[in-house]
Design a protein around this ligand. Structure first.
Ligand SMILES: Nc1ncnc2c1ncn2[C@@H]1O[C@H](COP(=O)(O)OP(=O)(O)OP(=O)(O)O)[C@@H](O)[C@H]1O
Ligand SMILES: [Mg+2]
Length: 590
């Protein structure tokens, strides 16, 4: 089972089959070259040196130098090739992972800490790269080297050779035990790293709140706790690894001493030449490094295996909201929206947020959705864009269940301005084009005009000004108007505005309402509204309470007949709200 996660990077390696064959062949050649040197030494000692013929040493010397140069150049080429290969593999997996994350539903992202995703896309892939690039190849090569040395030792002197070979038994047993313990530590470390990344990320993003509330020290404490646990786990892991390496070095070293002692006896009794003993001792010395390296590679393999497990946990999550072969393509929607008995519970939630919502929006109509805070207005808006699927009931667009439409063609009909106007670290224009990549300059001007966002002209570089995290900070009202412009720029058939004017002063709000009216006439729209003044934009109002639409009608009708509705919107003295005192948000205490 555990072997499988790492095994699954096979498709990424397959295109490089030829390179890998080259790498393995070249490695075997260079190892053979280096393993020939002790044999040359044996020949020189038992031949020219014993015979006192110094001139005969020269050709052997030249052969040894030639082999060394040959081995070094092969190693050089191989390293460059492996580094390229493993970096490419890592980059390809990361690209696929990012694409997969984009495909996954909001429900998935609700349940996963961003730091966990971040550490999987960076640290874990880095570990897999190290293993795929060096570990895996070395595992094969070193094992081969060890086996060849065993063979050579057995040929040089069978019983002494057998003694060396027999040390592989305790080493193998130890390795298996080590692997099992190491796995536990590594998984724990990688999970802790994910948690720590989340904490650091939240600390950076929430820095304003932390400072304003003086919560810096508490946040630091939390960070410190996690960092200390990570540190301690690391230390335990290193301790285990060091113990293992110690044993792996000690066993061959002791073997070496034994071989020297027994070897001397065997040479004395004429069972082995001096050169033969030198060669055997050299081989046992050479053996120490591959065995030590194998310990390191086994550890790396364990890390890569857990990393691969963590990465494939993400890959194995299938998007629920996705097309199938029967998905219908919707060209241009007329804009007839219908919710039939829609119930919804968040994947992480413990209760139904919506409980049998029935709602109709006719083509071209503007419907205001009113309800107390937390009543589920945003939830309805996100269901329309199919960011989630209802748990019961259905939503249709032009009579077709939205689940039967291709996601791409459904989303293309929709413009969405979210409650939280997220802008990206990019220019103003790039942010707007996110709503419609093919928009012309005229479209951009039009959208900015309709959203009353002419303030961008006075930004230092106009439309090219970078905003978002790495750029100029905009005010809440400015961000909201850009988000509104982004929602309408594609002239969508279905426009969803979640409390789009909440951050504006009454005066600017009135101006935006004026400018947005013609846009609303062109499409079907759902506007989540908290103020009586914004309700004026709508043809009809739906009142959401207790997870159901309890009343629909015009604003006037509802004000007259529905006391709860009136209570929610009654703080505004003037319904248009454009003049008079600042309108009050629901939940500000009615
Ligand atoms: N991602 C989520 N996971 C779990 N529960 C959620 C999630 N988002 C919202 N909820 C819960 O669903 C309920 C409805 O939330 P929703 O955001 O739809 O309310 P709302 O009417 O838009 O409120 P507001 O007027 O404050 O914007 C709330 O009780 C909220 O706690
Ligand atoms: Mg909301």
């Amino acid at each position: 089972m555990r072997d499988r996660a790492l095994w699954r990077i096979r498709p990424y390696i397959r295109p490089f089959r030829k390179h890998i064959v080259f790498v393995v062949v070249s490695a075997i050649l260079s190892i053979s070259a280096s393993l020939m040197i002790p044999l040359i030494a044996k020949t020189v000692i038992d031949g020219p040196i014993t015979d006192g013929d110094n001139g005969a040493v020269v050709p052997w010397f030249l052969l040894a130098v030639g082999l060394a140069v040959f081995e070094a150049s092969l190693t050089f080429t191989r390293r460059i090739m492996m580094a390229r290969l493993s970096t490419t593999i890592e980059a390809n997996i990361r690209t696929d992972l990012y694409a997969h994350l984009q495909k996954l539903d909001i429900g998935f992202h609700d349940q996963w800490q961003s730091g966990q995703l971040l550490s999987r896309a960076t640290t874990d892939l880095g570990i897999i790269r190290r293993f795929a690039g060096f570990g895996a190849i070395f595992l094969v090569i070193l094992t081969a080297e060890v086996l060849v040395i065993f063979g050579l030792l057995l040929t040089l002197h069978f019983w002494l050779g057998l003694l060396v070979v027999s040390i592989s038994v305790p080493i193998l047993t130890l390795s298996r035990r080590f692997e099992r313990q190491y796995f536990t530590y590594v998984r724990r470390i990688q999970d802790l790293q994910g948690d720590l990344t989340t904490t650091i990320e939240e600390g950076a993003r929430g820095i304003r709140v932390l400072k304003a509330f003086g919560r810096g020290p508490r946040a630091f404490e939390q960070f410190d706790e996690q960092a200390t646990e990570l540190f301690n786990t690391h230390i335990s892991r290193i301790r285990l690894h060091t113990r293992f390496v110690w044993l792996l070095t000690a066993i061959p070293d002791i073997t070496l001493a034994v071989i020297l002692l027994l070897g001397a006896l065997v040479v004395g009794s004429g069972g082995l030449s001096v050169g033969g003993l030198v060669a055997m001792v050299t081989y046992v010395l050479i053996l120490v490094w591959p065995i030590e390296a194998l310990a390191w590679i086994l550890a790396l393999a364990e890390e890569a295996e857990t990393s691969a497990g963590r990465v494939w946990e993400v890959f194995d999550t299938e998007p629920v909201i996705a097309d199938d072969e029967n998905s219908l393509h919707l060209d241009v929607a007329e804009g007839h929206v219908r919710l039939e008995g829609v119930s919804f519970r968040y994947p992480t939630g413990d209760r139904e947020v919506l409980d049998g919502v029935d709602l109709v929006i006719e083509p071209g109509q503007t419907l205001a959705l009113v309800g107390a805070t937390g009543s589920g207005k945003t939830t309805i808006a996100t269901l329309l864009a199919r960011l989630y699927d209802p748990t019961a009931g259905r939503i249709t667009l032009d009579g077709t269940d939205v689940r039967d439409l291709s996601v791409e063609s459904l989303r293309r009909q929709i413009g969405f301005a979210f409650e939280e106007p997220t802008l990206f670290s990019a220019s103003v224009k790039e942010n707007l084009l996110m709503g419609h990549p093919g928009a012309t300059d005229a479209d951009v001007d039009w959208a900015l005009d309709a959203a009353q966002a002419s303030f961008v002209e006075s930004l230092p570089w106009g439309l090219d000004t970078r905003i978002g995290e790495q750029g100029l900070s905009l005010s809440g009202g400015q961000r909201q108007r850009l988000a509104l412009a982004r929602a309408i720029i594609s002239r969508p058939r279905l426009l969803i505005l979640d409390d789009p004017l909440s951050a504006l002063d009454v005066h600017t709000e009135a101006k935006v309402e004026q400018a947005i009216r013609p846009v609303l006439r062109e499409c079907t729209s759902l506007i989540v509204v908290h103020r009586a003044s914004t309700v004026a934009l709508a043809d009809r109002v739906a009142f959401l309470d207790g997870g159901k639409i309890v009343d629909t009608g015009t604003h006037h009708d509802l004000l007259e007949r529905n006391a709860a509705y009136k209570a929610i919107l009654s703080q505004t003295p003037d319904e248009s709200g454009a003049q008079g005192s600042k309108a009050t948000r629901v939940g500000d205490g009615a």
